[in-house]
Ligand binder design. Sequence first.
Ligand SMILES: C[S@@+](CC[C@H](N)C(=O)[O-])C[C@H]1O[C@@H](n2cnc3c(N)ncnc32)[C@H](O)[C@@H]1O
Length: 358
Amino acid sequence: METQIQPHRPEPVVLDDEPQLVTKKTDFSEVATQLQASYQAVINDEYPTGIRLLNHLKKRIFGTGKRGSYKGYRNLRSDYHEASNRLLIPVEDHKIAVPKAPEIGWLEKLYPEENRFYLTLPQIQGLNSSWQWYQKGIQFPVLDQPVYPFYGTYFPTRFDHLILFDKWLTKYQGSKASAYDIGAGCGVLSFQLCKHGFDQVFASDINPNAVISIQENARYLGVGNCISVQVCDLFEKWEQKADLIVFNPPWLPAGEEASGLDQAIYYPADLFERFFDQAKEYLSDNGKLVVLFSNLGQTTGTQSHHPMDEELEAHQRFQKIRVIKRKVKGGSKKTKRRNNRHQEYVELWELEKWQKST
Ligand SMILES: C[S@@+](CC[C@H](N)C(=O)[O-])C[C@H]1O[C@@H](n2cnc3c(N)ncnc32)[C@H](O)[C@@H]1O
């Protein structure tokens, strides 16, 4: 039975005493300076004014020159994040309360009891883009029907690792009684497991929105009986062993503590140690452990050690059966920004429990 889960949502912003009111006639450079100096501003005419002001701020912070190091870019992104999140927009009766604004269904679904409040413009943009995906759905090449990701849920926009996993599942000969999908996100790997005939999939994610998303989509896809899902850290709320464990973890080391959707991208220092330590208890003796990973950490220079090599070298918990790699196809325009993308590949690590050699 499903229990009611409280989703994460952008929390309404508390207004400072005298925020600057912005119209299309306001001097944008002056407002940008105020935003960077920690003062709030509120859009007071129409939605496109806010978008133009954000573009102005973006140009001012990032400039138009060449991109520097990955680290330098992350710092600029953080400056932009802070300043842009001081630009506010009013919401009233579940709608953005300025003209020419998009209709966003999340304002009703996520704030049923709030009538009048302020959100930041980047939050509104995030809600808007997520609403578009939720309406349209995303068609993964490995599933027959689209998945409609709930607000704040990670879903992949490039599919190489899904295709790799699909090929692996096609050849898989072991028992299909049960499997774990750890860090299940929008549930795409769980849905693949059901499609490939697993009877029971136990999915978990630390993000409540992901769990709501999986519950909703499992119903649409008609696999509600195949999947059980929990909001929890790794295996925390589960007890039984399974024939297969699949984990598509975040692929980049976290510089500082990650929260929200960043937890899908950046992993804390102890994640892999904790995962493997628990996985050995939850995998049945003849079971398989599959980890999907990538060399993104190495190509971006943010990772000196591969977490999988570290595990296999330092412990006698698991042994490698094989690693399958697939070159990442040229991504979207956005992803092509990183010029070392062409060297990127995704990896499927197939492991089994470590056995003492005789
Ligand atoms: C890279 S995404 C993978 C999502 C999905 N399995 C896929 O392949 O598209 C990683 C997911 O792991 C979740 N996650 C991160 N740390 C976790 C933890 N300690 N326990 C459970 N889930 C975690 C994130 O919230 C995110 O949904």
